[in-house]
Design a protein around this ligand. Structure first.
Ligand code: FPP
Length: 238
């Protein structure tokens, strides 16, 4: 079943790219080597998702909590983000992949922020898959930001308190205008949401796989897609 694809694919797929550190440790390498292998795999799997017709892909690249990692590891990640965004500017063009960022990117080094802006600018008008890269992202921080935006509108008088609805909350999130994720894949075997797409994942299917992210292949993605296609989603109904 790993080679073919089911007919029913998720419209929006989320991936928690976990296990880079363990992958490196098993090889006696520094954690940054795991992130480098993870970044190369990010590019490969992103292009694969676009090629099979996934419409929205959201990857968790850096959480609001990741700043607490050793400075050396954080700076290695910043270098990788720059390298891959730079490459993405060129490589994703042929695939028509439109890149967006979820999170407070103002916390990143200036050069990286410029690259983020440039990547978003050249993505305007692209008609292929939307790739959301969650960077300095946390679900709680996103909701706090959204509630603050809505509270300000209520204070201004441009929004009535009863207009604070599921719809207006959704439209104040970083994913405004996008469908909620249907499937979230977590490689590396951990059964946790880790603050990823908290609001948007209310009805998402989760597939946890015992494979570290740098080893995660298109065949593994296909297996997760089959598992998703064979589940029955009831959205709280019967
Ligand atoms: C989690 O593995 C992974 C991260 C915190 C970083 C994810 C980043 C990448 C895959 C690199 C590049 C991404 C882009 C967009 C270029 P972990 O370090 O927590 O692994 P562990 O649980 O085994 O320690």
């Amino acid at each position: 079943m790993g080679e073919t694809l089911p007919q029913k694919l998720p419209v929006h797929l989320g991936i928690i790219m976990d296990g880079n550190g363990r992958w490196a440790k098993r090889r006696g390498l520094p954690r940054s080597a795991g992130h480098a292998a993870g970044a190369a795999n990010f590019k490969k799997i992103t292009r694969y998702c676009a090629s099979i017709g996934i419409r929205y892909l959201t990857v968790y690249a850096f959480s609001t909590e990741n700043w607490t990692r050793p400075a050396e590891e954080v700076s290695a990640l910043m270098v990788l983000f720059r390298q891959y965004l730079d490459e993405a500017l060129r490589d994703f063009r042929d695939d028509e992949i439109a890149v967006r960022f979820l999170g407070d990117v103002s916390a990143f080094p200036k050069k990286l922020q410029e690259l983020i802006r440039e990547t978003e600018e050249i993505s305007v008008g692209r008609t292929g898959m939307v790739l959301n890269i969650a960077m300095n992202y946390g679900g709680r921080a996103e909701l706090t930001h959204a509630f603050r935006t809505l509270a300000q509108k209520v204070k201004d008088g441009s929004l009535a308190p009863e207009e604070v609805t599921e719809e207006t909350i959704s439209s104040a999130l970083y994913t405004a205008g996008q469908p909620d994720p249907d499937l979230i894949i977590r490689p590396s075997g951990e059964h946790r949401t880790s603050n990823f797409l908290l609001w948007q994942s209310a009805y998402a299917e989760y597939v946890v796989m015992d494979i570290l992210w740098p080893d995660f292949r298109p065949e593994d993605l296909n297996a997760a897609l089959w598992e998703y296609a064979n589940r029955s989603r009831r959205f709280g109904g019967v």
